[in-house]
Design a protein around this ligand. Structure first.
Ligand code: FAD
Ligand code: SF4
Length: 445
């Protein structure tokens, strides 16, 4: 049996009738709070009002001229914590489904071939972008619209970053990504895939090789691991697991997971993608192992409820401490210790404290560690003059994305740590504006 059908498409969004009916519920607030709740400065009040008065193309233009990945954000933004949270503060019973309306409008543009974003000028200064995730794509599109020749260097075989190689396809599918990518390619952005900028000085050397500015957006692709025992059969990091699923290895993985017991360590959105995928690959039992309590899990409420409904076993207040191996060296189980909640720690949550003598073993055939991603240990060598913090994240001026090295800008997860698509989009926009100002100033010198 092939499990591909469980992964191929994301759920259908609103149609025109549903989108208009939802827009009709809007209270048309003066000084609309939703417009202040978007990290990428999208103006939902404006596009909802336009849709309500049947100005569909105007509504699409409002979204896409502000955010080239408006469709991706409509699908993936945790809206309950952003724009829709502000909407609910107006006292409206159920907040307007802003993300769903946004997604519909962008899908409608793609279906009808409505082209929104145009190139304005023609500039000669070339800009190099490292990484084709949301930050790199957003920066590339903004600069290309301004007429700059832009080249995006991407280590992997296809562009898209986490949108392509991370988020599971039943939440965000390839066709949707391809349509948004087409909007960017139409602007003339050049993509060099399979081109890793990852050796001594290589990122900084781009400035010597005919590029006048560089935007660094390589994201975080090194999975944080529980311990150094990485080569155990049956043990995976979330990056490798999700990337393999996105790279057409569904059936190969299903062979390993079908009717097996899978444990996923972690409590965030990445862990949720890992457990959801395991269920869809036919696992018998899927355990989510988390060292704190349910309310402390960073995953969104909707995701947690969906996981419970899918039959995931939540194993809370348990800290993994070791792996149990069989005679063949393969994984047999996960050794855990129960925890209790102690004092509030630096994260603002009560910290888990191991309960002495409460160790036990959860039998498991596969374990997936989804406990965070970090910057590549080697990355400082690629840009040695760029100032980093102790986590090897790039330090920038938040208003411009400027790094400590003249001509080099940065944004997205490599600056913020693990964040959201919409944050990366905004970083790309902010840096594009600053790069334009920097190059204009240079040309006057
Ligand atoms: C599994 C998963 C699920 C997520 N789900 C959501 C969600 O539902 N909603 C949401 O808002 N956010 C979600 N996020 C977070 C969001 O995807 C990230 O915050 C966002 O993608 C960061 O964008 P970025 O452009 O900084 O980096 P990335 O998307 O990581 O892209 C960086 C790109 O740079 C490339 N690269 C790396 N090193 C080099 C190099 N040396 N040379 C050339 N190229 C290089 C990488 O291959 C990659 O394509 C999720 C993250 C993960 C991991
Ligand atoms: S980009 Fe995301 S946060 Fe901003 S308005 Fe759209 S759905 Fe809401």
């Amino acid at each position: 049996m092939s499990y591909a059908d469980n992964f191929s498409k994301m759920q259908k969004g609103f149609d025109m009738g549903q989108a208009i009916a939802e827009a009709d519920r809007c209270l048309l607030c003066h000084d609309a709070p939703c417009s202040k709740g978007c990290p990428a400065d999208t103006d939902p009040a404006s596009f909802i009002k336009k849709l309500r008065f049947r100005n569909v193309t105007g509504a699409i233009r409002t979204i896409k001229t502000n955010n080239i990945l408006g469709g991706a954000c409509g699908v993936l933004c945790p809206t309950a914590e952003l724009c829709e949270k502000e909407c609910s503060a107006t006292g409206i019973g159920q907040p307007i489904a802003i993300g769903k309306i946004q997604r519909f409008l962008v899908e409608h543009a793609h279906e009808t071939g409505f082209e929104v974003v145009e190139k304005k000028n023609q500039r000669s200064e070339k800009v190099a972008i490292v990484g084709s995730g949301p930050a790199g794509l957003s920066c590339a599109a903004e600069l290309a619209r301004e007429g700059f020749p832009v080249t995006v260097f991407e280590a992997r075989g296809e562009p898209g970053g986490v949108l392509r190689y991370g988020v599971v396809s039943y939440r965000f599918d390839m066709d949707f990504l391809a349509a948004e990518m087409a909007d960017i390619k139409k602007l003339g952005v050049e993509f060099k895939c399979g081109s890793s900028i990852d050796s001594q000085n290589k990122a900084e050397d781009l400035l010597k090789n005919s590029y006048q500015a560089v935007f660094l957006a390589p994201g975080l692709w090194d999975a944080v691991r529980l311990q150094e025992k990485k080569d155990i059969k049956g043990l995976y990091g979330s990056v490798a697991y999700l990337e393999a699923l996105r790279d057409g290895q569904l059936d190969a993985f299903a062979g390993k997971i079908e009717n097996k017991t899978v444990a996923v360590i972690g409590g965030g959105s990445v862990a949720m993608d890992c457990i959801g995928a395991a269920i869809r690959l036919g696992a018998k039992d899927v355990y989510l192992v988390y060292r704190r309590s349910y309310t402390q899990m960073p995953a969104e409420e909707d995701e947690k409820i969906e996981a419970l409904n899918e039959g995931i076993h939540f194993l809370l207040l348990n800290q993994p401490i070791d792996y149990v191996l069989g005679d063949d060296g393969g994984l047999k189980g996960l050794k855990l210790v129960r925890t209790a909640l102690g004092d509030v720690d630096a994260s603002g949550r009560r910290s888990p404290v191991n309960i002495e003598g409460s160790e036990w073993v959860l039998p498991a055939d596969l374990v997936i560690e989804a406990i965070g991603n970090k910057a590549d240990d080697q990355s400082p060598a690629w840009y040695p003059q760029v100032k980093l913090n102790e986590k090897k994240l790039i330090q920038v001026d938040p208003d411009t994305g400027k790094t400590s090295m003249d001509g080099i800008f940065a944004g997205g997860d490599i600056v913020r740590g693990p964040a959201l698509v919409v944050n990366a989009v905004q970083d790309g926009k902010v840096a594009a504006l600053a790069i334009k100002a920097y190059l204009s100033q240079k040309s006057e010198e």
